[in-house]
Design a protein around this ligand. Structure first.
Ligand code: ADP
Length: 421
C-alpha cells in the first residue's frame, strides 16, 4: 500500500497520462483503473445521473469481467435504496464498510453482474455546483476505506466530471447531427415534391401563353409577354431551388461530354441580348480566335453556372454599363470571367456571396429579384467539375467573377495540386 505522498505522486502521474488519452473511453478507463489502484479496491464505477428518468446509470466500470460489464450496462440504480443514490442525493462522500449492515444497498447490481460487493466508497461528481453522477470504488482489500481514500476519489472526480461533460457533448453532437440530417431530408423531399407539382401547371401556362401570343392581336402582345416572362422567372426559381438541393444532397450527376465553351458562351449570350438591351448595357465577349475552348463536362451544368454570372452582372449593373465575358485557356484549365462595371460588392460581403440564400441587400429592401441561390448553385456546379470560382469587386466600380474549369475534370484533383502549389 502506498503512503499519502506516494499516492499524491501517483495522482500527478495519472493526470499526465490522462492528458494523452486518445478518446473518452480511454480517458474514463484511465480514471477508473487509477481509482481502484490508489484505494486498493477490486473495482470502480462511474455512474451518470439521468435527469429525465431520475436514475443513475453505469457509464464506465473497471475490475469486472466482460460479461459482468455488459450486464451492468442495462442496470439503472435508483436514488433511494442504493449507496450511489444516497451519496448523489446528499452530495457528500459516503463510506460503507460492510453492505450487509445497511438496508439501502442495491443488491440488484450484484445479482445481475455476479459480482459480490462487500464495501463501497461513493463520492458525488460535481461540476459548477451540479451533481452529474457518482464515482464508486468497491471492495477495499485489507483495512477499511479511510478519509484519505475519499480525498483521492474526490480529486479523480474532477477528471470524471470533465469526462461526463465530454460524453454528454458527444451525445448532443450526435443527436444534433441526426436531427439536422432528418430536417435536411425533409427539406429535400419538400423541394422535390413542390417543384414537381409546380412544374406541370407552369409548363401548361408557358405552353398555352406562347401559343396564344402567336394568335392574338399585336396590341395584346405586351401583356402576353409579361405573362410569359414571369412564368419563365418562376420556372427559373424552381430550377434554382432544385439544382441547389440536388447539388447539396449529392444527387446531381455530372454527365461528361466534350464541351466547347466558346460555342456554349456564344449560345448563352443570345439569350441575354434582350435583357442587356433593355438596360442599355453593352454586352460583349472576348473568346480568343483559334480555340474552341474544349473541356470535359456537363454542358447543362456549366451553362447554368455561366448564365447565373451573366444574369447577375446584368441585374447589378446600372443603365449604360458594360459587361465582358472573357474565356481563355490557361495551363490545365479554361478560365471564364464575367466582368461588369456595376454596383460592386462591399468587402465584408465578398466572402459570403457564394453561400446559399445570401444577398448583399436585405431581401426586404432590395430592388432586385432572386433568392440568393444563383451563386451557390454556380459554385456547386463548378466544383462538381473539379473547378474553382472566386470574385473580386469594388463598390461603385464593378465586379469580376472568375471560374476555372479543368480541361479534363477526372484529372482535376491532380491539376488542382499543381495549380495551387
Ligand atoms: P440572387 O439570385 O438573389 O441574386 P446570387 O446568389 O446570384 O443571388 O447572388 C448573391 C448576391 O451577390 C446578390 O444578391 C448580390 O447582392 C451579389 N451579387 C452577385 N453578383 C453580383 C454582381 N455582378 N455585382 C454586384 N453584386 C452581385
Amino acid at each position: 500500500m502506498q503512503n499519502q505522498s506516494e499516492r499524491l505522486q501517483s495522482l500527478v502521474e495519472i493526470n499526465r497520462q490522462l492528458s494523452r488519452a486518445a478518446n473518452t473511453t480511454e480517458y474514463l478507463n484511465g480514471i477508473l483503473v487509477a481509482a481502484a489502484d490508489l484505494t486498493d479496491s477490486d473495482g470502480a464505477a462511474i455512474l451518470e445521473y439521468d435527469e429525465q428518468a431520475a436514475l443513475l446509470r453505469f457509464l464506465a466500470l473497471a475490475g469486472l469481467d466482460q460479461k459482468a460489464l455488459e450486464a451492468l450496462e442495462t442496470v439503472s440504480v435508483p436514488l433511494e435504496g442504493s449507496v450511489a443514490g444516497t451519496a448523489f442525493a446528499s452530495a457528500k462522500p459516503l463510506i460503507v464498510q460492510d453492505v450487509r449492515k445497511i438496508k439501502y444497498h442495491f443488491k440488484n447490481a450484484d445479482e445481475v453482474s455476479g459480482f459480490e460487493t462487500h464495501s463501497i466508497l461513493a463520492v458525488p461528481i460535481t461540476f459548477h455546483g451540479q451533481v452529474l453522477g457518482v464515482f464508486e470504488v468497491i471492495n477495499k482489500s485489507g483495512p477499511d476505506y479511510t478519509g484519505d481514500d475519499a480525498t483521492i476519489l474526490e480529486v479523480l472526480c474532477v477528471q470524471a466530471a470533465v469526462a461526463i461533460q465530454n460524453v454528454r457533448l458527444q451525445r448532443l453532437l450526435t443527436q444534433t447531427r441526426e436531427d439536422a440530417e432528418r430536417l435536411n431530408r425533409m427539406k429535400s423531399d419538400f423541394i422535390a415534391i413542390t417543384s414537381h407539382e409546380l412544374r406541370t401547371p407552369l409548363g401548361l401556362i408557358l405552353g398555352h401563353s406562347t401559343f396564344l401570343r402567336e394568335v392574338i392581336d399585336e396590341e395584346h402582345h405586351a401583356q402576353m409577354d409579361t405573362i410569359i416572362r414571369n412564368a419563365m422567372r418562376l420556372k427559373e426559381i424552381i430550377e434554382n431551388m432544385t439544382n441547389a438541393d440536388n447539388a447539396q444532397s449529392g444527387t446531381a450527376l455530372v454527365r461528361r461530354r466534350s464541351v466547347s465553351l466558346k460555342k456554349l458562351i456564344q449560345e448563352l449570350m443570345t439569350t441575354f441580348v434582350e435583357d442587356a438591351k433593355q438596360k442599355n448595357i453593352a454586352l460583349n465577349t472576348d473568346l480568343g480566335d483559334n480555340d474552341d475552348l474544349m473541356v470535359e463536362g456537363d454542358t447543362e451544368k456549366i451553362g447554368i453556372a455561366i448564365s447565373n454570372l451573366i444574369k447577375n452582372a446584368i441585374a447589378f449593373t446600372n443603365e449604360k454599363g458594360h459587361i465582358f465575358v472573357v474565356a481563355e485557356r490557361v495551363p490545365g484549365y479554361v478560365k471564364v470571367s464575367v466582368i461588369d462595371d456595376g454596383i460592386g460588392i462591399p468587402p465584408e460581403s465578398l466572402s459570403h456571396i457564394f453561400e446559399r440564400f445570401y444577398q448583399v441587400e436585405s431581401h426586404l429592401t432590395r430592388k432586385h429579384g432572386g433568392m440568393g441561390l444563383g451563386l451557390s448553385v454556380t459554385k456547386m456546379m463548378v466544383e462538381m467539375h473539379g473547378g474553382r470560382i472566386w470574385a473580386e469587386s469594388m463598390v461603385g466600380k464593378g465586379s469580376n467573377f472568375t471560374m476555372l474549369l479543368p480541361l479534363d475534370s477526372s484529372q482535376a484533383e491532380a491539376l488542382g495540386k499543381v495549380f495551387t502549389a
